[in-house]
Design a protein around this ligand. Sequence first.
Ligand code: DMJ
Length: 422
Amino acid sequence: NSQLGATIVDALDSLYIMGLHDEFKDGQEWIEQNLDFGVNAEVSVFEVNIRFIGGLLAAYYLSGQEMFKLKAVQLAEKLLPAFNTPTGIPWAMVNLKSGVGRNWGWASAGSSILAEFGTLHMEFVHLTYLTGNPAYYQKVMHIRKLLAKMDRPNGLYPNYLNPRTGRWGQHHTSVGGLGDSFYEYLLKAWLMSDKTDTEARKTYDEAIEAIERHLIRKSNGGLTFIGEWKNGHLERKMGHLACFAGGMFALGADGSPDDKAGHYLQLGAEIAHTCHESYDRTVLKLGPEAFKFDSGLEAVAVRQNEKYYILRPEVIETYWYMWRFTHDPKYRQWGWEAAQAIDKYCRVSGGFSGVKDVYSSNPTYDDVQQSFFLAETLKYLYLLFSSDDLMPFDSWVFNTEAHPLPVLHLGNITLPGSEPSQ
Ligand code: DMJ
């Protein structure tokens, strides 16, 4: 209920990249005058990091306006109390005013979530880089070190980790929700460090290898999918969220061990194809939240509560990465199909809305425009139809909310907090 203006902050860099400078200025003014983090509100550390800190940092780097940097740092200070746990694994939520943290009631064994505490690295490294304050860098490096010391069942990272005991919760591993951006940030930590953070690259390679071995399968109809591992059993279901992995595999192809670049690019293409099928097999040509590969079913949702589309970006994100790496025109064609479907079925008088059933020709709206629609979905579509020299990959790495952060060419400079004695 607080005036946090998520849509304004999340959309800023999209406006900038699209050359909508008047609208960018309006957003900047609103932030300058209204955005205040001293409110008595309990927020998700992960969501605030990827949307607000990521959004403000990207706006700073693109525009050079100091105000964005100051706001990002003020907000980051408010998140730091979340790390006051016996292990240093942060709570999922923190009250911005009191600093009291806690975890989601639904999470297994009071755990924190892998995709949440594992998706802070990019922003926190930039915060230390910009401020000289070692605290941010140390917090995320501590998480990395702790994870490196833990046993992994079948080489897989479970989605749940208890911040009091430092023990895994339920052995559930997914590349979709709860796990997704942890893997993404390992790869991007390496890319963002100008490929000097080889520890991150190695951790990514090992994690992806285990995922391929245990979670990735081909359906009877020949579609490659990423299932979910639950206590030793593979659930043959893929979430829309997992579709981002096509782009991740393609982005990580270059630099992969044992000359497997071609293999990972191909895997990215196969995931892109499967996710396109999940869109193409619906009435609205928009993808469901989750789809199955079981009992004769191929890339379709079964349960009513998995049939919705909430303006998510992951499939278009993968089209964009695949387009950049292959220039195969089918990715632009698929992106255009999605753009047309969104325009036809999600546009409402006040903006765009999620739809409750992509298999119904008479869809009902959920009446929500998620902030990631402007941050990610429209940005990735715009970039898909732009030339490669707009936000080139050798200079920019996109955070998980599609906020671009520059590659840090640190050369001989060490970040405060990274000295061996510490
Ligand atoms: C976004 O907020 C981020 O991409 C996050 O990592 C997971 N997915 C949502 C959008 O679907």
